[in-house]
Design a protein around this ligand. Structure first.
Ligand code: FES
Length: 228
């Protein structure tokens, strides 16, 4: 398989494309293929030139941490959960997520996600009793990996602005069982940092690796009354 990687030495360097031939099988994931490339004694590109190891992030390799998010053949996906059998068998293009600053090769700085949640004070305050029928839904929302795929695919999200994207809507729903003052504050944050900027393209729903029901979070938050 011909694998092309968008490379960048450090945040200040110019990006460039570099291609490699790899012996791959359809059962491999993209992360396994990257490991195979990096574990060869010496890495050479298709022109026979020595190449530095490809830098990318991973932790769990089980679709649990979100670290391996990248663009795979033009679509944001998790490398450890993307199998070659589901992709074009002839060639593969790997690029870093485009909406976050590149650190090196396929590694990006996604700290803006946490900064935005802190900006909106999206963390637990004092809880009031939760209706037990809501547990399954809250559990499902808590599975968000904060991987950034929903931000990458969203036509309305661009870094540094006041629209925080789908993961924020889910987080707001997750936090909606709180004291009345906090509920008012969360509803304002939802309206300001999500409701006002969402154009309902809903690309976030189809790309989410955890299949979070963002549409339902949006509907519930749109009719959410802090007084009740
Ligand atoms: S390495 Fe954790 S989700 Fe891919």
């Amino acid at each position: 398989m011909l694998v092309t990687v968008k490379r960048q030495k450090d945040p200040q360097s110019e990006p460039y494309l570099q291609s490699f031939f790899v012996e791959a099988s359809p059962q491999m994931t993209v992360s396994a293929l990257l490991d195979k490339l990096n574990y060869t004694d010496d890495l050479y590109d298709v022109k026979g030139q020595a190449a530095p190891r490809i830098r990318w992030e991973c932790s769990c390799l089980q679709k649990l941490c979100g670290a391996c998010a990248m663009r795979i053949n033009g679509l944001p996906r998790l490398a450890c959960a993307t199998f070659l059998r589901d992709l074009d068998p002839r060639e593969l293009l790997l690029e870093p997520l485009s909406k976050f600053p590149v650190v090196a090769d396929l590694i990006v700085d996604r700290s803006i996600i946490e900064k935005n949640l802190l900006r909106a004070r999206a963390y637990q305050g004092s809880y009031r009793p939760i209706d037990a029928t809501d547990y399954p839904r809250l559990y499902s929302m808590a599975k968000c990996l904060k991987c950034g795929l929903c931000l990458e695919i969203c036509p309305n999200y661009s870094k540094g602005e006041d629209f925080f994207g789908a993961l924020f809507a889910n987080e707001m729903y997750l936090l909606s069982h709180q004291s009345q003052d906090r509920r008012k504050e969360l509803k304002k944050a939802y309206d300001r940092n999500f409701g006002a900027g969402c154009s309902k393209a809903l690309s976030c729903v189809s790309i989410c690796p955890m299949k979070l029901d963002t549409l339902s979070s949006m509907a519930r938050m749109n009719r959410f009354s802090p007084e009740k």
